[in-house]
Design a protein around this ligand. Structure first.
Ligand SMILES: Nc1ncnc2c1ncn2[C@@H]1O[C@H](COP(=O)(O)OP(=O)(O)OP(=O)(O)O)[C@@H](O)[C@H]1O
Ligand SMILES: [Mg+2]
Length: 507
């Protein structure tokens, strides 16, 4: 089993270069070229054959007309034979010359420059009188003698012979048939020439194409190989590697840019993750340090007073509460990261907001205002949305003094979205901080300076909940110059509006 596995791996390695992009691209280019060259070859090969054959046919027709002319106008067979013999005598026998002449005179006499068809009669000096008896006649000779009118091809001396026969008409009567033939070997020769040229030029072109294709593919796939190396080098500890490919913005460049920006995001995410862990540890350590300090002070005291115990108890309780809240918030964010934060249901908007607003007014001594409420239903997780509103309201309360304004408005946007906004008349959030306040553990400098206040998770939790609903959250400034933090949710279905209320600050 393991032997087979290793030999499999070996053959895998052996064939890896074939499966590589470079080899495949080079092979594909060569294959395309091979098919194109093959098609071009077939077309040229056939075209050349047709062209040479047409030329031969044309020459044969011209020659046959010339023979016809030379036969004269004496239509007696004897005179025709004599005229034909005179014409043939001027030509050399076929074989020495390229042309075959064959005149079939009415009455059966054949005159030709092919010796086999018209051998000299004994004692007769004339060329071309046919005295062949059937017993001496070869198949080739018979084929020539009996060839049809018009164009045909017969085999003579193991070569194809192109033949043209035409009737000699005198006074409206056919008196003889003139045949002219020429070896069609030149067609084959021309075609072999084409084949040789294609073989040499084609092989060279193919070789060059394979080389160029390989070089081109090497160049093209270089960023891909760099990407593979970079990906192999990237570890959670070192995300600083980049491909940084230059050159035209082709698909490979787009891919490598996407890879680089993915690494950017990963690096950023890892850095934030590290920061988050560091911040979380710091936030958890602070109350622990306070608790330990308090306990140590208490332990060092010889005679512990009841009052000191009460004080330490109070401090420890506060810090433990703070830790509990922190751990709860962290758990909630972890659940958000795992995508199981919200369980949406149908919320009857107006009663839900009114009840929520009432509970907010009990939390602090502020001027709470509630805007006009739309009637309708919202598909959302009631408890989570209430948690977001409470977080925003707590921030507004924390950043305003007694009698400060805390206003909640709920406004439909379009047909199916709704905006919740919390506005205050506090110092507001500086424009450059408005995106970052939603980051985990982010607090503006002023908030950081204050000893009180939370860990900087309230808005991060609000964002996680809103985004889990498919909505978005953003900060701006309120008409009073304070902060306005709003979120928009989808899944709203309107049914009318209900008048707003004002809740005077409790005194
Ligand atoms: N209404 C506001 N006015 C001014 N600054 C605000 C307001 N709301 C939020 N901020 C700023 O945004 C920062 C982040 O708010 P967030 O609610 O996330 O954290 P936090 O209130 O400091 O702590 P936590 O909510 O965890 O108790 C705050 O520290 C504060 O600097
Ligand atoms: Mg907060």
């Amino acid at each position: 089993m393991s032997v087979r596995g290793s030999s499999d791996r070996g053959s895998h390695r052996r064939w890896r270069w074939v499966r590589g992009l470079r080899a495949r691209l080079a092979l594909a280019i060569s294959l395309i070229l091979f098919v194109s060259l093959g098609t071009a070859f077939i077309a040229t090969y056939r075209g050349t054959g047709t062209q040479v054959r047409n030329q031969i046919d044309q020459d044969l027709k011209t020659d046959a007309r010339a023979v016809d002319d030379r036969l004269g106008y004496d239509t007696r067979p004897r005179a025709l034979v004599t005229a034909a013999e005179i014409y043939i005598q001027d030509r050399r026998s076929y074989g020495a010359t390229a042309r075959l002449y064959l005149i079939r005179v009415r009455g059966g006499t054949i005159v030709s420059n092919l010796p086999e068809l018209s051998p000299e009669e004994e004692g007769d000096q004339r060329v071309g009188r046919d005295v062949l008896g059937p017993r001496r006649e070869s198949g080739e000779a018979r084929a020539l003698r009996t060839a049809d009118l018009g164009l045909s091809t017969v085999r003579v001396n193991d070569e194809p012979l192109r033949l043209y026969f035409v009737s000699v008409i005198r006074g409206g009567r056919k008196v003889a048939e003139v045949g002219v033939g020429e070896s069609a070997a030149s067609v084959g020769r021309a075609q072999s020439g084409v084949a040789r040229t294609f073989l040499v030029a084609g092989s060279l072109t193919l070789l060059v194409a394979i080389g160029l294709g390989f070089a081109f593919a090497t160049r093209l796939s270089k960023p891909l190989r760099r990407m593979a190396t970079t990906a192999a080098e990237v570890t959670a500890g070192d995300l600083s590697q980049r491909i940084g490919s230059r050159g035209p913005r082709d698909e490979v460049r787009v891919l490598s840019d996407a890879f680089d920006s993915m690494l950017d995001r990963l690096e950023d995410a890892f850095a934030r993750q590290r920061g988050f862990v560091a911040d979380a540890s710091h936030e958890l350590r602070t109350p622990l340090t306070v608790i330990r300090g308090q306990l140590e002070v208490l332990a060092r005291q010889r005679d512990v007073r009841q009052e000191d115990v009460r004080h330490v108890d109070e401090v420890v309780r506060t810090e433990v509460l703070r830790m509990e809240r922190l751990v709860e918030d962290l758990l909630l964010l972890a659940r958000a990261d795992e995508g199981e934060l919200v369980r949406p249901g149908t919320v009857d908007l107006a009663p839900f907001v009114e009840e929520l607003f009432d509970s907010l007014t009990l939390t602090a001594d502020r001027r709470f205002e509630l805007g006009e409420l739309p009637q309708g239903r919202l598909i959302a997780d009631e408890d989570r949305i209430a948690q977001v509103v409470r977080n925003l309201a707590r921030n507004a309360v924390e950043h305003t003094g007694p009698q400060g304004l805390v206003r909640l408005t709920v406004t439909p946007l379009g047909r199916s979205r709704i905006e919740f906004a919390l506005e205050d008349d506090g110092p507001g959030i500086p424009p450059e901080q408005r995106d970052r306040v939603f980051d985990r553990f982010h607090r503006t400098d002023t908030a950081r300076a204050r000893r009180t206040g939370g860990a900087g998770l309230g808005l991060a939790i609000a964002r996680a909940i809103v985004e889990a609903h498919g909505g978005r959250i953003y900060a701006s400034s309120s008409p009073e110059g304070g902060a306005r933090v709003a979120f928009v949710l989808p899944g709203f279905r309107a049914a009318g509006r209900r008048a707003g209320r004002e809740q005077p600050a409790r005194s």
